[in-house]
Structure formats: structure tokens, C-alpha cells
Design a protein around this ligand. Structure first.
Ligand code: PBE
Length: 267
């Protein structure tokens, strides 16, 4: 159309991901807080969002997406987070590992490994980039585990091997969680577990670990992103603490866009 505003150039669209993601709720909050009611937050998926970003970037077109760190998109494209003067998206986030009640006594080896699990953004990033370049997540995770036995052995040292006990890990098909869940699944397999990975919606993932239909998740973004899910279920699971630091969420645009703050979306 002939709307030459920032909003017009974006078709008043924020490209989102799956409806249950914490970042979607945070973006709805930001829309209200910054008076962006003209905008439509488009629900899609992690994969569809990055496809839209790739298409816009290739043509140097404006786009604003729900984005997060760690994520391979920052390695592949020149992007920036829009400033968030009202702090709607929160400060730095950490990712926690959460186990179902009783996992400590039922599967002490798995519990111990999950409790020990801690890695850095670049570790997760290496798997994500491999997958983005076309590797099967199973292979990318196995390659990382093979190349990082020093780190893995810190999680598994002194842990007794098992003989085919079943462990179910739930996750959501976010790029970051595809990487982490496949990686820790491979580590558990290597000490003898029969590991099943189950891909669910965000609410389903939290329900699964709270009710015990999943044994654990490594995908709990706190203190902000999954605060509502955490509050709902905190009596029902065991929080095994931080597995990654320095995570974050926000609205992300290509660096070539001439705006710096969420407030500028009103221009
Ligand atoms: N994410 C990735 C998720 C958590 C992991 C930021 C897209 C979310 O719930 O928003």
C-alpha cells in the first residue's frame, strides 16, 4: 500500500512462532505496553519463522520476528534486538533442567547426569548450526558428544551404567531445544538408557514432566519466559537447576533496518 510508516513497511506484522511459547505471551504484552495494537502477531512455528526471516533477509526487506539467544540466526545473519525500554522481555534468562517427581529414586543414574548437565552457549550453538546446515539432529548431537568427551565425562563420571531402562525426554521443536534434548538423550543412551524423545507443544511439555508421563525436560526458560508454566506446576516436579546461562528473548530485526527500539515500531 502507500503507508510509508514503519508499521506499513512491515504490513503491521510481527512474525511469531508456536502459540504456547513464552515469547509469544511476552510479545502480546509488549504489543499492549507499547501501543502496537495495529500489529498482528502471527502464530507459526520456529521453522516457519526462520524461513520468513531468510526470505526477507535475502531481499533486504523489513521484518520483525520473535527471536531468542542462543540461536543460529545470529551467526548466519546480521541482526539486532530492538531495545525494550519497558523491560517487557526481561533481563538475561537461564535454562533449567526439570525432572519428574520420583526420578531420583527410580532412575538415579539418569537423575545424576541430568543434575550435572551444564554447558555453554557455543556448545548448543555448534549443534544448532550443524542442524541448520542440514544435519540430522541425532547425528549433530552424536558428533558434539564425540568431540566433547571432556565435558560429557564431567556429567557422567562415577555414574553407574544401566541396562536398557527407559527414559522419556519431552521437548518443543524450538531450534535450541532440538539441540539440547538430542544431545542429553545421546549422553543417556551412552550409559545404557533406552531414550525416547517426545516433541510436544509448550504446555504439553510442562504437563508431561509435571504428571510424570515424561521423565525430564532440559528446556525450562526462566525466570521470565516460562514463569507461568513453572508457577502452575512447581509443586509437582524437581528443579535440577541451570544448564545454560546468558539466554534471552526479544523482538529481532535485520541490522539494515533503520529502527533501534520497540517504540520505533510506532513510527
Ligand atoms: N523460545 C525458545 C521458547 C523457549 C525456548 C524462546 C522460543 C519460548 O518459550 O519462548
Amino acid at each position: 500500500g502507500d503507508d510509508s510508516s514503519v508499521g506499513g513497511s512491515l504490513d503491521y506484522t510481527i512474525t511469531g512462532i508456536d502459540a504456547g511459547a513464552g515469547i509469544m505471551a511476552a510479545t502480546e504484552e509488549a504489543i499492549e505496553a507499547y501501543g502496537l495494537e495495529d500489529y498482528n502477531l502471527q502464530t507459526s512455528s520456529s521453522a516457519a519463522m526462520t524461513a520468513a526471516l531468510d526470505a526477507a533477509y535475502t531481499n533486504e526487506e523489513p521484518i520483525v520476528v520473535t527471536g531468542w539467544t542462543p540461536h543460529w540466526k545470529f551467526a548466519k545473519y546480521d541482526l539486532k534486538y530492538l531495545e525494550d525500554p519497558q523491560g517487557i522481555f526481561g533481563e538475561s534468562e537461564v535454562i533449567h533442567t526439570i525432572a519428574r517427581a520420583g526420578l531420583d529414586t527410580d532412575h538415579p543414574s539418569a537423575y545424576q547426569v541430568l543434575e550435572n548437565f551444564y554447558w555453554e552457549q557455543d556448545d548448543m550453538g555448534a549443534i544448532m548450526i550443524d542442524v541448520n546446515e542440514g544435519a540430522d539432529p541425532v547425528d549433530a548431537a552424536a558428533d558434539w558428544v564425540a568431540a566433547n568427551q571432556d565435558k560429557v565425562s564431567e556429567w557422567t563420571d562415577g555414574v553407574s551404567h544401566v541396562d536398557g531402562d527407559q527414559i522419556t525426554l519431552a521437548f518443543v521443536a524450538w531450534d535450541s531445544e532440538i539441540a539440547s534434548t538430542h544431545m542429553i538423550g545421546k549422553v543417556l543412551e551412552d550409559i545404557g538408557y533406552d531414550v525416547e524423545l517426545v516433541s510436544l507443544e509448550a504446555a504439553g511439555m510442562w504437563t508431561a514432566v509435571a504428571t510424570g508421563s515424561a521423565d525430564a525436560i532440559v528446556a525450562a526458560w526462566l525466570p521470565g519466559t516460562h514463569a507461568a508454566y513453572y508457577e502452575d506446576y512447581k509443586e509437582d516436579f524437581i528443579d535440577l537447576g541451570v544448564n545454560l546461562e546468558g539466554a534471552g528473548i526479544g523482538l529481532v530485526v535485520p541490522a539494515y533496518m533503520d529502527i533501534d527500539s520497540i517504540e520505533d515500531l510506532n513510527n
